[in-house]
Ligand binder design. Structure first.
Ligand code: ARG
Ligand code: ASP
Length: 725
């Protein structure tokens, strides 16, 4: 009985995962299934490669030249010496970590003139995909249709664990992961190899790598030279190994040839990388929660935070360095959510989803079998999202507001020391931990200004305190209410005065002399008390409710996904992004963002000169670049139109995580590095509009021009394979 119902599920799935009609542009596709679903269309659009050239487990294929870079970007191999290209904003943390006022690589750029100058990056790794495989059958083997979600999850978890262990046991170099697709209707196994010695090789100055800064971020026309170079190192057998000066450059199975030929409108492009997360198939209630509750709060709180940080950064060079990465992180989400909300509103996404849901409901109700399976699903979604609303509001204030304060996040990290100390630890254990905390303190205070943080505290806690109804507030806010009569400034004055966690000296002094019994001093610290109160509220109250509702939501979403596929059998469905390797393809071209406005598909060096403003940090142009421009000294990187192209756009469906992804032409040669999307299309994680969604790529020729002509690091270009015809 069970077996039969399962095999029916499979027939069902495979039938409905088959495309019937095709649309170009939209979609991020699974490399393993290209031949089945996309190859023909890609060839029609101009691609000269086969699906096997892109992804194969039997032969070398493009996928062997692509890695996950760190925790959230993509990078590609561009030489047989393990040379890696990614974005400047992806290598930003590393570049910043090596920077100081004396050696300000962030501002001035960094170029290793030989291997010995390349800089080590503890904690940075790159992940190669060895293979992917459909394991749906194994994962869902013992899952029955009437199980509770809890039992279902625990069966799935243990199946996944078995699969993962069976791989990891056979090789110390391989790691495995199983990930759900189509919201749990399909499962794929990924076998990876992780390299841990990855060194910084080159980065342009920020006025190139981050030209236009947060002002131009998420916008077109764009002139950002958003790239940095790293090198992967291996042991003498080409296997992963911890950093050692004896390691040698990794020999890739595949690396990308680089095209100097340029491109034309309508040319085929393909982006191969790791989009992080999209939500294309959620119900209108979910879009409402996102756009009417979550995004506005996040936008408001981040806006307040940014005002404070930017004001200080403008006045002081050290602060600018210290806060550069923080501001970039906060501003990036802030701006994207603003664009996302606008795009969703302009496309009437909520209303259009409601319309579709109406039709879906009619379809479901029209057949008794379907009615039983799907008839109640939208109503159930509504109920779940209604209950989620106040909880998501609380959670957003807690995360963006409460934990948006650095002192509170930092104080929260001391929990570990309290817990260990409280448990009768060995002396060595305590010593080890305090060493770790001393290191952490150095890192934390390197980029910390207490007066900035205190101002942010006042703004964040005030919002949190005023906007959340009293009954939903953390209990610890009673102190603020009773002792300070709601005066957040006075509350902040006391906390920042009395906490020992606001000063490096006090923290290190405390840790130097630390003994387990002293943990009481941490517990009495007012910053620690406050953050503990926030966490208590979260873990004892908000989180358990949310996780219950999330489980219901996930289960509904799984069924709803399947239902949508049945409801629209003609439509080709791609799975939502889940930070697994995907292929997006489309064409290079102009776009028309609004009435009477048309944007060209590429920008040139001239645009940089036009944007130049020596007074504004993000728009400073260096003399050397101006000189090259004046003399039209573009070398072999010049376009056939005589200009130097900087960035270009296409309609590939990309998302956060695709940054650093190779952008290739019909022949499979590298023509760009993906790094952003256009403002009018930032809603593409929720809804894709082929007329307005564009991915932004750095023209590879500008990248090489900067390495070679601007920085004189010609030896790096010589490592690469350049294709001119
Ligand atoms: N918007 C791009 C992405 O989401 C680039 C972000 C980095 N740049 C910045 N100015 N913050 O990652
Ligand atoms: N800039 C993004 C990233 O870092 C890419 C995007 O969201 O389009 O992955």
């Amino acid at each position: 009985m069970k077996f039969q119902s399962l095999s029916l599920t499979f027939i069902f799935l495979y039938t409905f995962l088959m495309p019937a009609i095709t649309h170009a542009d939209e979609g991020m596709w699974i490399p393993l299934l290209l031949e089945k679903y996309n190859e023909e269309e890609m060839r029609d659009m101009g691609m000269k490669l086969s699906a096997e050239d892109i992804y194969s487990i039997n032969h070398t294929s493009l996928k062997d030249g692509i890695v996950i870079f760190g925790g959230g970007c993509t990078a590609e191999l561009v030489s047989d010496q393990g040379l890696l290209l990614t974005n400047h904003h992806c290598g930003y943390g590393q570049i910043q970590r090596h920077s100081s006022l004396e050696n300000d690589y962030l501002t001035d750029g960094f170029w290793a003139m030989d291997r010995s100058e390349e800089l080590q990056n503890p904690g940075l790794s790159v992940t190669f995909l060895i293979s992917m495989q459909d394991v749906t059958g194994k994962v869902l083997q013992d899952v029955g249709s009437n199980m509770t979600e809890k039992i279902r999850d625990s069966i799935i978890d243990s199946r996944i664990e078995e699969i993962v262990n069976s791989i990891t046991d056979t090789s110390e170099f391989l790691s495995a992961r199983v990930k759900p697709f189509y919201h749990g209707n399909q499962y794929l196994l990924f076998i990876n190899k992780v390299y841990k010695d990855v060194r910084l090789v080159g980065a342009p100055p920020s006025n190139i790598g981050k030209f236009g800064g947060d002002t131009d971020n998420w916008m077109w026309p764009r002139h950002t030279g958003d790239f940095s170079l790293f090198r992967v190192y291996a042991d003498s057998n080409n296997n992963p190994v911890e950093y050692s000066p004896d390691n040698i450059p990794y020999k890739p199975k595949y690396y990308f040839p680089i095209s100097l030929k340029g491109y034309e409108p309508d040319d085929f492009t393909l982006v191969f990388g790791y989009p992080g997360s999209t939500q294309q198939y959620i119900p209108s209630d979910a879009v409402e929660l996102l756009t009417r509750v979550k995004n506005p709060v996040r936008i408001k709180l981040r806006g307040l935070k940014l005002d404070v940080m930017k004001r200080y950064m403008e006045q002081d060079d050290l602060i600018r360095l210290q806060y550069a990465a923080k501001v970039a992180r906060v501003a990036n989400g802030w701006k994207k959510w603003i664009g996302e909300n606008k795009g969703i509103q302009r496309l009437n996404t909520i209303e259009r989803k409601k319309e579709k849901e109406k039709n879906f409901q009619q379809w479901a109700d029209a057949d008794p079998e379907r009615r039983k399976k799907y008839g109640g699903i939208l109503a159930e979604f509504s109920e779940v999202y209604d209950q989620l609303e106040p909880l998501e509001l609380s959670r957003t204030y807690l995360i963006e507001g409460g934990l948006g304060v650095e002192l509170l996040r930092y104080a929260g990290s001391f929990r570990e020391l309290v817990d260990v100390s409280n448990n009768d630890p060995e002396k060595e254990q305590v010593e080890e931990l305090t060493d770790k905390f001393i290191k952490r303190a150095k890192n934390h205070f390197k980029n910390y200004q207490v007066e900035i943080d205190k101002e942010i505290f006042v703004k964040m806690i005030r919002e949190y305190y005023q906007e959340i109804p009293e009954e939903d507030q953390p209990e610890i806010f009673e102190t603020l209410r009773k002792k300070y009569d709601g005066n957040v400034q006075e509350y902040a004055n006391d906390i920042y005065d009395k906490s020992f966690m606001t000063s490096e000296e006090d923290v290190v002094d405390f840790l130097d002399k630390y003994k387990a019994r002293k943990y009481k001093k941490i517990k009495k610290d007012p910053a620690f008390e406050l953050v503990t109160g926030l966490y208590d509220k979260y873990y004892n109250d908000i989180q358990p409710q949310i996780s219950d509702l999330d489980a219901q939501k996930d289960s509904l979403q799984r069924i709803y996904m399947r239902a949508q596929m049945t409801f629209e059998p003609e439509r080709r469905f791609y799975p939502d992004a889940n930070f697994t390797l995907r292929v997006a393809y489309g064409n290079i071209g102009d776009y028309y963002p609004r009435d009477a406005v048309r944007y060209d598909y590429y920008t040139t060096l001239q645009g940089i000169m036009e944007k130049e403003d020596p007074e504004v940090y993000d728009y400073v142009v260096e003399e050397k670049l101006k000189e090259l421009y004046r003399e039209k000294d573009f070398g072999r990187y010049v376009d056939k139109d005589g200009t130097l192209h900087v960035c270009f756009i296409a309609d590939n469906h990309t998302s956060g995580g695709n940054s650093g992804s190779p952008v290739i032409n019909a022949e499979g040669e590298l023509i760009g590095i993906n790094f952003d999307r256009c403002w009018e299309g930032t809603m593409s994680d929720i809804v894709f509009d082929p007329d307005r969604c564009r991915n932004i790529s750095l023209d590879i020729r500008y990248c090489l021009f900067i390495i070679d002509k601007f920085a004189g690091a010609t030896h790096l270009v010589e490592e690469m394979d350049l294709v001119t015809e």
